[in-house]
Design a binder for this molecule. Structure first.
Ligand code: ADE
Ligand code: ZN
Length: 361
């Protein structure tokens, strides 16, 4: 992208990140440093060998490396430092609110206590306001495991429910339909947790229908393959179900062959509430602003389209009405800057004090 003003606009426009796996922010340098600190053997001699392995064929080839990498996360400090590094990076990209996924089963299965994970991530999230960010935490169930294991995970997490915003569903999609997890999502909803689910990344449109109708998903993570089903496209548009799309992830996992093939623009034009996110930025070559830039470049998105997508992200966030209204007002002020008619409240410095946003719960 050569339009510097568009790049600057992307960077500074207030936005929410709604699809980000904290384990997917583990940069190669940190991975190596923690492996050496904790004596974890890696099948890579050096950073360049590790980076060379980031050449994925599909979702599963990525997940194999991603779960192997997560094994270096062992202490509360590791989870804190990882999360804090992400929050700083997101704030630099103009993120004002973020809802972070974590995969407890990836850690508890190898003997790390749930409280170690929750306390480490939580202690970073509790300081997010120092960066001008608000945030929430979403517990994801690994769909390649059984529903019984997901239920045990939810039951273990319920004593810490106040630290959670919601639940999600991730990992290997093909062959693991949302219908497999009806009971655990029903329990989560009864407990007052918000519901999202990965669907239609590699899996068929049917999985998106199931996520909506059987799990009660309020947002769909990815949803790329909805483009194959006209009735589903109408449902998503009519019900204004947000899609948390991740263009660089889709490119690197070969969900699309080229970014110019990505259906995001067609979905936006169909009236669907599309958002842009980074998924696993350490593995896919870019944080949120880079995702905005790459897809805008590939699809020729202009300032209006980019603005709509960023506004969608604030609108799709699981935050209360007051907080949403504040962020949207900030967005409107920021968006009109540079158009030569910034609203008076921004110009005269009378904006409400948003210096200490709260963690959503
Ligand atoms: N876990 C981390 N990233 C994921 C993705 N893109 N799809 C499914 N599960 C994931
Ligand atoms: Zn994801």
């Amino acid at each position: 992208m050569h339009d510097l003003s568009l790049q600057d606009f992307i960077q500074r426009i207030p936005k929410a990140e709604l699809h980000l796996h904290v384990e997917g922010t583990l940069e190669p340098e940190r991975l190596f440093q923690l492996a050496s600190q904790h004596g974890v053997q890696l099948p890579f001699d050096d950073l360049s060998a590790l980076r060379a392995a980031y050449d994925f064929r599909d979702l599963q080839s990525f997940l194999d490396l991603y779960y192997a990498g997560a094994a270096v996360l062992q202490t509360e400090a590791d989870f804190h430092d990882l999360t804090w590094a992400y929050l700083k990076r997101a704030a630099d990209d103009g993120v004002r609110h973020t809802e972070i996924f974590f995969d407890p089963q990836t850690h508890t299965q190898r003997g790390i206590a749930l409280t170690c994970v929750l306390d480490g991530i939580g202690s970073a999230l509790n300081r997010a306001s120092e960066l001008g960010l608000s945030c929430g935490l979403i517990l994801c169930f690994l769909r390649h495991l059984s529903e019984r294991e997901a239920l045990a995970t939810l039951e273990a997490a319920l004593p810490y429910k106040s630290q959670l915003l919601g639940v999600g569903l991730d990992s290997s999609e093909q062959g693991h339909p949302p219908s497999k997890f009806e009971q655990v999502f029903s329990l989560a909803r009864r407990e007052g947790l918000r519901v999202v689910a990965h669907a239609g990344e590699e899996g068929p449109p049917e999985y998106i229908w199931q996520a909506l109708d059987l799990l009660g998903a309020e947002r769909i993570d990815h949803g790329v393959r909805a483009i194959e089903d006209d009735a589903l496209m109408r449902r998503l548009a009519n019900d204004q179900i947000p899609l948390t799309m991740c263009p660089l992830s889709n490119l690197r996992l070969r969900v699309v062959d080229r970014l110019s093939d990505h259906p995001l623009r067609r979905m936006l034009d169909a009236g669907i509430k599309v958002t842009i996110n980074s998924d696993d930025p350490a593995y896919f070559g870019g944080y949120i602003a880079e995702n905005y830039r790459a897809i805008s470049d590939a699809l020729g998105l202009d300032r209006d389209a980019i603005g709509r997508i960023a506004r969608n992200s604030l609108d799709a966030a699981f935050i209360d009405d007051t907080h949403k209204a504040e962020l949207l007002a900030e967005f409107d002020a920021s968006e009109s800057q540079g158009r030569g008619h910034a609203p008076e409240r921004a110009a005269n410095g009378c904006e409400a004090d948003r210096s200490a946003p709260q963690q959503e719960s």
